[in-house]
Design a binder for this molecule. Sequence first.
Ligand code: GAL
Length: 812
Amino acid sequence: MVFAALLLTLSGINVYGQNVITRNERKIDADWKFHLGNAASPTLDFNYGINETSFSKAGGANGTAYAIRFNDRNWQKVDLPHDWAVGLPFDYMDNGDQNAHGYKAIGGHYPQNSIGWYRKEFEVDPADSGGRFELRTDGIYRDSKVWVNGYYVGGNYSGYTSATYDITDFIRFGKKNVIAVRVDATHYEGWFYEGAGIYRHVWLNRYNNLHVVSQGGLYVRTENKGKDANVILKTEVINKNTHAVKGTLETLILNREGKVLVHSKVIPLALDINEQKSYNNSLLLPNAQLSNLDNPYLYRAVALVRENGQVVDSVPVRFGVRTFAFDKDKGFFLNGKSVKIKGTSDHQDHAGVGAALLDYLQYYRIGLLKQMGSNAIRTTHNPPTPELLDACDSLGMLVMDETRLLTSGSEYEKEFRDLILRDRNHPSIFLWSIGNEEHYTQRTDIGKRIALNQILLQKELDPSRTATYAANIGNVYHGVNEVIPIRGFNYNLNGADNYHKEHPDQPVIGTEVASTVSTRGIYIKDTVRCYVPDYDSVFPPWASTAETWWSFAAKRDWFMGGFAWTGFDYRGEPTPYKWPNINSHFGIMDMCGFPKTVYYYYNAWWSDSAVMHIAPHWNWQGEEGKEKIVWVNSNTDDVELFLNGKSLGKKKMPINGHLEWKVQYEPGKLEAIGYKDGQKVTYSVETTGRPYQIKLTPSKNVLLADGEDAVVVNVSAVDKQGREVPDASNMVYFDLEGENAAIVGVGNGDPSSHENDKDVRHNWHRSLFNGRAQVIIRSGTNSGTIKLKAFASDVLSSNIELKQINNTAPIK
Ligand code: GAL
């Protein structure tokens, strides 16, 4: 058995050349053990519910999976983040729940697949005793119960919020400790794929007895004062010593390079035993560098708590200096400049990995959206992982942060409270969302009262921001909309003009728009395989094309812009079809992040780049002479289309529109030419030959040897001339060698693919769907070279080499 030891040692930070002992917050994602339990059988659920348990006698746990001595030798070894649902088989059941969640064999009908047990061993050096130990889980789907050394330490009903547990009393110093977690994914929280298991990070944190509380303990906000910024600090300090203490609190502001710029005044601290107190302080940051979407400048505030002159705690928080304004007539302003919200609403899963995204994937996905020209994301319909917000802070992407349910009972009030406390320092968040489409509630007086409760809570915890609610009720005011500061429109834009006229003082945003459906690379409706043509043309009754909503938004200053449903396809909600579809068609990009035609519409009108794109591809062997609808997305002044050098006419490009031609298919080259600011912009599609070789395109060539980094490798097939074959469907096999790196998932964006995203028998493979597939690799822990080989029958194979390096540079 691998004994997974974690030795916690005190780590220091450097303050004015002094190495100070401070808090230690550490991810413990590596080396967990996992086994499915069973919701219908206590014996198959490791005696959960039939043995004397820790619920009747503290620490009593023999014979259960949360006992220290339990033998987990035959359990599967896993690293976090881990989503067990993504590897389960698809199973057809004719009910709405299964359809909405992506037909995975999980939920109430599948008790054998819906409980998961995790165990993790760790050690703590006796030298570290005497402080406080805390376990933090950032997201477990869902209803998790946590034991440490057989002692029940608490649970979290939510599948999306972070939870912290003080485990100080249960640690066995210098001996083996065991964390056990029972996860119950029987119930759904949403109507989309939600994953199952410990799908976000777990942290083991140590604090000295006098410390800033871990969850939201340092709250930093700013107010601009001419060129300077007033930095307003609120710090919650707790004393867990067995005596009253006196000390001091001060805060430093560091710039991007780590240089200390300003030092706050020193505040005296006086706390009784077990007392928690809040301290307010502020300081002036001269010549503050504003954070905007092109240069998301981040400062760092570091709070230092001293006892007897010695620093006993330090808390670093990244923050940005910027202003938000919501104008009822002119829309949204960032730092005084009008910014139209060019947003997407997104769920959290990705091809290959389900809900368990390695941090790199957050940056990858936000990067793709940003490249398209998007400037905002809405975390539908749940609290996101903190790393998504880190990515948005770093890359310059606004965030509308949404809680799961609009209700104010203690559970949901707590979920919203925890969300705000955890996330409020992230400069990317410009708006809180108190909920989405609560059709039982939104038009009622109860809804109004619940909304008011949540809005007041938000104002109390984060006076620097405001809130919206995603209402799909057009021109209706009664209920939530009476009290919500920013009116959110989900669809129903035909009611928006009148609403604005009747309620001219309420700023308006498109909280959810579009829901256009398309399948990447498919240009003809296919009701057997359940594919929708890849144009901006099909949408369900409540929705619209991209062109319709964006043209509407672009013409109205008071309409702040909106969040298109969705940036990426996600598992579940296969509208307009059902089985065999298992994922949605709503994405502007597919599950892998491969662009669909509508991507180029947004790219043309949302970004500053010159865009030219033609759909469909030009491989229609056997269809010579037949008419093809050719769709050109561009932002040039006009476009001339040529087939094999012959002009098919020049057309003026309508602002926020697209162009269409009907073209009789003839093999060869279809080319579009236009001019933007006098510059020629061209794009062409060509009839290709058969697949000749597999091609691998990694998102980067160097990985950190930290066991957490990742790389996305896109897979395609090229013909003899090196042109990508857009309709290739080869089954591709993958082999990875070197330095403990591992493939963690494969995908191809096909909404009807029942191939496994996970490796079932050490035999990673995936077919190309319309010419593309994707492999996601997690880095190992040694420096060296990793090699990915891709091979398929009848075509040449391909290899790439990636470097895995130890990062020795100091991290600022
Ligand atoms: C909305 C809902 C989303 C998604 C979408 C599909 O009404 O808020 O979660 O279901 O419809 O169009």
